[in-house]
Design a protein around this ligand. Structure first.
Ligand code: AMP
Ligand code: MG
Length: 267
């Protein structure tokens, strides 16, 4: 899965990366689903170990355009994982209270504690994405944020957090298809926001903002992965594989049992 990791310091050109790529898994969709099931079981076991060991914290960041698949990713990649061990923090338009603080204030409050996995559905990166595209602050202000963010993430990793960031890369055509499906399907209509169409008109600006984000904030301590996400099954598989590999590399073990368990009889 290393092919999707953004090497720190390299410029990302999203136009040259195929959102419909499925090259790392050539056995097709149905075999992929079987594989995903096995990975889900592994994820469940690793999450339990993470919790039992209580030494590490794991932060997953998801960013994408509207209809990019963030919600679906959370549903499928964490299927079967004990809900007590995983938290999801979704970041919306900041409230006036949040706006009264620096932009990382509301983020920091949701970072994981030991033994926990937290998934950010949108994140502090909105402050160099939507905020930049809509000029909600001036250029000098958002430009400084890449460095702030790298330093913030460095601090979190120094303090024992593992950070993995996924950018779900979909094509403009795929976004159109998904938005159309939201409009046409009664149980999906609640997800349709007419504002999404205004955002879609700024597609090129967003792609530029995503490219800058990826180039400036993929670091050795908190790497970005650009996940081909037009095919949902492939997106799920790539993210699962990356996460499992990261959890495996933590080299965790269950804490030793308390002494003298052999002699205990339950009456
Ligand atoms: P959704 O994820 O579809 O519920 O939409 C959440 C909306 O909140 C998106 O339009 C985001 O761009 C917006 N949002 C999230 N964070 C920020 C932020 N820091 N500043 C402005 N808008 C934001
Ligand atoms: Mg939305």
């Amino acid at each position: 899965m290393d092919r999707y990791r953004v090497i720190p310091g390299t410029a990302v050109d999203l136009g040259s990366l195929d959102p419909a790529d499925t090259s790392a898994f050539s056995n097709g969709k149905s075999a992929a689903k079987t594989r995903l099931k096995a990975l889900n079981d592994r994820m469940e076991a690793l999450q339990e170990l993470l919790f039992a060991e209580g030494r590490h914290k794991v932060l997953i960041v998801l960013q994408a355009t509207d209809a990019g698949g963030k919600d679906g990713t959370i549903r499928h990649v964490f299927e079967g994982v004990n809900p007590q061990g995983v938290k999801v923090a979704s970041f919306k338009k900041p409230t006036s209270r949040e706006l009264g603080h620096d932009y990382l204030w509301r983020i920091h409050a949701h970072t994981p504690q030991t033994g926990q996995i937290t998934i950010f559905n949108r994140s502090h990166y909105e402050d160099v994405l939507v905020v930049r595209v809509h000029s909600l602050v001036d250029r000098a202000t958002w430009s400084r944020r890449y460095d702030h963010i790298n330093d913030f993430e460095r601090m979190l990793t120094d303090e024992g957090t593992t950070i993995i960031k996924f950018f779900l890369h979909i094509s403009k055509d795929e976004q159109a298809a998904r938005l159309r499906a939201r409009l046409a399907t009664p149980h999906k209509q609640w997800k349709f926001a007419s504002g999404d169409l205004a955002e879609r008109e700024r597609w090129t600006d967003y792609q530029a903002a995503f490219e800058n984000m990826l180039s400036r904030t993929s670091t050795d301590w908190a790497p970005w992965y650009v996940v081909p996400a037009d095919r949902k099954w492939y997106r799920n598989l790539v993210i699962s594989e990356v996460m499992i590999a990261a959890l495996e590399s933590l080299d965790m073990s269950f804490p030793p049992p308390q002494e003298g368990l052999e002699g205990i009889e339950i009456t």
